[in-house]
Write a protein that binds this ligand. Structure first.
Ligand code: TZP
Ligand code: MG
Length: 244
């Protein structure tokens, strides 16, 4: 468990340098995305050697830190420690939440992937800082993904998550009526974003927006115009009204 932290998940950029358009470099591309409104960045480089991963992480962190945009590392706690960035995102085959917390300390952000109720219960019991829920739609970016939830599946999973109390004193639901920050991930693009944001809230829960934001890989990483794309993502996410 950890104490609540402040970070903005509105437009969560997850990298994949293999998708970059010809001539683009990762750090420059991410900076453009941040200029457009990306609020948090996860360095997700599945095929990179450890030494290169750390080098790239340091280079990226040097660029993101002065901008106040948190940098998280995917899977690799050792890389996050070496880079000294703001946190990590882990799945269920990676380092456990408890071990990651031990290694990183209480100040760092730790996010967990959630694809089903069982994982949601484990994430709630751990009291992690945020959850990435998905895959929402089928995506080529993660070839081994579990069956897509679809907007209805996402909505019912988010509704279930909102009932999970989490550890006492955490920012999960329960006594305070608050909720864990959640982002949807998987196949999200500018064409379906509106649908995603509006289908993922429940009219039964007054003024509650279940999603704190959306996480995107290919729609930003493969774009020749990451700044423009992020501006549009950000505008649409910011415009979602509180639901009554
Ligand atoms: N986890 C669930 S789906 C996914 C991850 C990392 C990939 C999402 O990529 P894209 O390109 O935004 O569909
Ligand atoms: Mg992982």
């Amino acid at each position: 468990m950890s104490s609540p932290k402040k970070f903005d998940l509105s437009v969560y950029l997850v990298t994949d340098s293999s998708l970059l358009p010809p001539g683009a470099t990762l750090v420059d591309h991410v900076l453009k995305a941040i200029r457009g409104g990306a609020t948090i960045v996860q360095l997700r480089e599945k095929k990179m050697a450890t030494r290169d991963f750390i080098k790239l992480g340091r280079e990226l962190h040097e660029a993101t830190k002065p901008l106040g945009v948190p940098l998280l590392i995917n899977d690799r706690v050792d890389v996050a420690v070496a880079v000294g960035c703001e946190g990590i995102h882990v799945g269920w085959d990676d380092c456990s939440y408890e071990d990651a917390r031990k290694l990183l300390g209480d100040d760092k952000i730790i996010g967990l992937s959630v694809s089903n109720k069982e994982q949601a219960e484990k994430a709630a019991a751990a009291g992690c800082d945020y959850i990435g829920v998905g895959p929402l739609y089928a995506t080529k970016t993660k070839p081994d993904h579990s069956p897509p939830l679809g907007t209805q599946g996402l909505r019912s999973l988010l509704e279930y998550i909102a009932t999970l109390p989490g550890p006492e004193g955490s920012h999960w639901g329960g006594a305070w009526g608050t909720k864990v920050p959640a982002v949807a991930i998987g196949g999200i693009n500018l064409d379906n974003l509106h649908h995603v944001m509006y289908q993922s809230v429940s009219p039964q829960h007054e003024n509650k927006k279940y999603l704190s934001g959306i996480a995107v890989v290919s729609a930003i990483m493969a774009s020749p115009e990451p700044e423009e794309v992020c501006k549009k993502f950000r505008k649409m996410v910011d415009e979602v009204p509180p639901f009554a």
